[in-house]
Design a protein around this ligand. Structure first.
Ligand SMILES: Nc1nc2c(c(=O)[nH]1)N[C@H]1C(S)=C(S)[C@@H](COP(=O)(O)O)O[C@H]1N2
Ligand SMILES: [Mo]
Length: 259
């Protein structure tokens, strides 16, 4: 573990120095597949530098601040608030109806699929997830649109679920897919972060419809758009793949949104 960590740091330092050289007009060809995105576009080079810089400087398991109950504030439900609504933003003709059916039955038949670069692909009911050791955290949500709000979230660490399915040694990214046409990816550092949870509870209740029922991600180290609501499927991958094209939300958003 220590060796690997040292290796990674060396690779990162080399990467950072390489980024400086790239600014001087050297080839970027080396970082297309396994690195977070520049989208082959020099103008997106900042994404990559930010990623490298943060990954180098931030201690791996540094926790974001948690708040007291008294600091909980009202939080808007924004973006897609109902995947079943055909007129809502990011409506998915593929999954919107399925969501409506699952909701009719209080999500009793809902399952979270976890697959990809894992040893034991699995699906989890809400009861399965609720039976696992839970974590409750009061955190500040920061939206790219310029507002923030504090809420309490309860759920199971994504790490627990990933350990259950057994990630392959080469796994590096985790892609989160929703019942609307929204999907986002995070890297393994954020995926295994102790405060990255799959939340079914909010402020002591089951997560309300607008905030992502029955299950949403809370990725506290990233801007709000990485905290995918209405989760449907999680795919572990070895290679970086931008979901920009697929996601109604992602188009034009920086892949790395660390805060
Ligand atoms: N499936 C899905 N997840 C999503 C969104 C969305 O539209 N659909 N919006 C994102 C954005 S930009 C923000 S700021 C938060 C909003 O969460 P809230 O509605 O609970 O405040 O959800 C994020 N997750
Ligand atoms: Mo947002």
């Amino acid at each position: 573990m220590t060796d690997e960590h040292t290796m990674n740091r060396r690779a990162l330092i080399k990467g950072l120095m390489g980024a400086g050289a790239a600014g001087a007009g050297l080839s970027l060809g080396g970082c297309t597949q396994s690195e977070p995105p520049t989208y082959g576009n020099l103008l997106r080079m900042g994404d990559w530098l930010t990623y490298k810089a943060q990954r180098l400087l931030i201690p791996k398991a540094g926790l974001v601040r948690e708040y007291d109950r008294s600091q909980i504030s009202s939080i808007m439900a924004i973006g897609s608030t109902d995947p079943a609504n055909q007129n809502g933003p990011f409506y998915s003709s593929e999954f919107g109806d399925a969501y409506a059916k699952l909701r009719q039955n209080d999500f009793a038949d809902w399952r979270l699929i976890v697959e990809g670069a894992v040893r034991r692909p699995a699906s989890f009911s809400l009861a399965d997830l609720q039976a696992l050791t839970r974590r409750t955290q009061i955190t500040k949500h920061t939206c790219e649109e310029g507002w923030s709000a504090i809420a309490e979230w309860t759920g199971v660490p994504l790490r627990t679920v990933l350990e259950m399915v057994g990630i392959q040694p080469a796994a590096r990214y985790v892609q989160l897919y929703a019942y609307d046409a929204v999907a986002e990816g995070i890297d393994m550092i954020d995926a295994l972060h102790p405060q990255t949870i799959l939340a079914y509870g909010m402020n002591g209740q089951m997560i309300p419809q607008g905030h992502g029922a029955p299950l949403r991600a809370r990725v506290e180290t990233q801007l709000g758009y990485k905290s995918i609501k209405f989760l449907r499927r999680i795919v572990v991958t070895e290679k970086f793949e931008s979901l920009d094209k697929l996601s109604g939300l992602g188009a034009g958003f920086s892949w790395f949104a660390g805060i």
